[in-house]
Design a binder for this molecule. Structure first.
Ligand SMILES: Nc1ncnc2c1ncn2[C@@H]1O[C@H](COP(=O)(O)OP(=O)(O)OP(=O)(O)O)[C@@H](O)[C@H]1O
Ligand SMILES: Nc1nc2c(c(=O)[nH]1)N=C(CO)CN2
Length: 168
């Protein structure tokens, strides 16, 4: 059975926008994933992590998939690795980060996977692109648009570029 999933992508090292477009392409090639919608592309100030790290490029994607949550996590981590993601510094600069924000209405708290993503409701760099893609979306019973307005990093959204073509 296919379920709806919300993924968030971020990059603040290298060819940031290009890396996100390639990662979308990687998702598009999986036979058990259908990319349904892509948000506008946000340039955002870094939240947390070491001082002075570069701005991020962030977007979210709506997909449908028949993969289980853990199989999806494994696949998204394979894409991160392919794009030379390293994990030395907590919240440090990265070529590519893919978070599973929401997997249908599933709630789980396992050592390697928490759903919905535990910090998504506080992150304008996730919520603002999401609200632009799906204005009526909800996260854990709250309006994503409202959450985006009150997020601490709401003024860290610098600019938006139009949404890329889905699996173009
Ligand atoms: N919903 C989720 N989506 C993606 N990874 C998750 C999720 N819940 C737990 N994890 C786990 O988090 C671990 C650390 O992920 P990662 O290094 O990308 O964190 P981060 O992006 O630096 O920080 P944050 O989790 O705050 O976004 C992953 O190995 C993964 O097992
Ligand atoms: N602006 C921005 N800040 C972050 C981001 C991100 O994607 N964008 N990701 C983080 C950890 O996942 C920590 N901080």
């Amino acid at each position: 059975m296919s379920v709806e999933v919300l993924l968030a992508l971020g990059s603040n090292l290298g060819e940031k926008k290009e890396t996100l477009m390639r990662a979308i392409g990687d998702l598009c090639t999986h036979p058990k994933i259908e990319v349904k919608n892509v948000s506008p592309v946000a340039v955002t100030a870094p939240v947390g992590g070491p001082a002075g790290q570069p701005d991020f490029v962030n977007l979210v994607l709506r997909i449908e998939t028949t993969l289980s949550p853990f199989d999806l996590l494994r696949f998204t981590q394979t894409i991160e690795d392919k794009h030379h993601r390293t994990r030395e510094v907590h919240w440090g600069p990265r070529t590519l980060d893919i978070d599973i924000i929401q997997y249908a209405s599933l709630e789980m708290d396992e050592p390697d996977l928490t759903l919905p993503h535990p910090r998504a409701a506080e992150r304008a760099f996730v919520l603002e692109p999401w609200a632009r893609m799906e204005p009526e979306a909800e996260l854990a019973g709250s309006s994503v648009r409202n959450l985006a307005e009150i997020a601490d990093d709401a003024d860290g959204i610098r600019e938006f570029f139009p949404a890329p073509v889905v699996c173009g």
